[in-house]
Design a protein around this ligand. Structure first.
Ligand code: FEO
Length: 161
């Protein structure tokens, strides 16, 4: 059984994961509106990943006999600037999510909730990967630039995800 504190924190994180999904979907729309189909493809895949993160937590709360309480999701931005700025925002957002996951893990430690600790280890590992892939894309765009031929190449690369 989940403690009320841990249950509430998981419900907050379900909301944060769904808000992340919504943010990436808005970024996908923005990029596709600028004919960056590969960027859009990458961001749509990210949207799906975030929904799956929320659903992992949703299932875990139910499995532990807790109550899922879904919360309102704020409207995301609609304009994200240059292609490089889009991915800088992805990275900043993932760093924010990492901090949230770490706090959730700290709470599971404080509450001596061992199943939650084990469950959250997957998310801790996942965040390392999420930050690394955004950083890699940013570094490539910084080296090659995010205009002209370089942008066309990057759009193709992102479309392979
Ligand atoms: Fe669910 Fe991108 O962290």
């Amino acid at each position: 059984m989940l403690s009320k504190k841990v249950q509430d924190a998981f419900n907050d994180q379900i909301q944060a994961e769904m808000a992340s999904a919504y943010l990436y979907l808005s970024m996908a729309a923005y990029c596709e509106g600028k004919n960056l189909k590969g960027f859009g493809h990458w961001l749509r895949a990210q949207y799906n990943e975030e929904v799956s993160h929320a659903m992992k937590m949703f299932d875990f709360v139910l499995e532990r006999g807790g109550q899922v309480a879904l919360k309102a999701i704020e409207a995301p931005a609609v304009d994200f600037g240059t292609p490089l700025a889009v991915f800088e925002k992805v990275l900043a957002h993932e760093q924010h999510v990492t901090a949230r996951i770490n706090s959730l893990y700290e709470l599971a430690l404080a509450e001596k909730d061992y199943p939650s600790q084990i469950f959250l280890q997957w998310f801790i590992t996942e965040q390392v990967e999420e930050e690394a892939s955004a950083s890699e894309i940013i570094e490539s765009m910084k080296i090659a630039g995010d205009k002209g031929n370089s942008l066309v190449w990057m759009d193709k690369e992102l479309g392979k995800r």
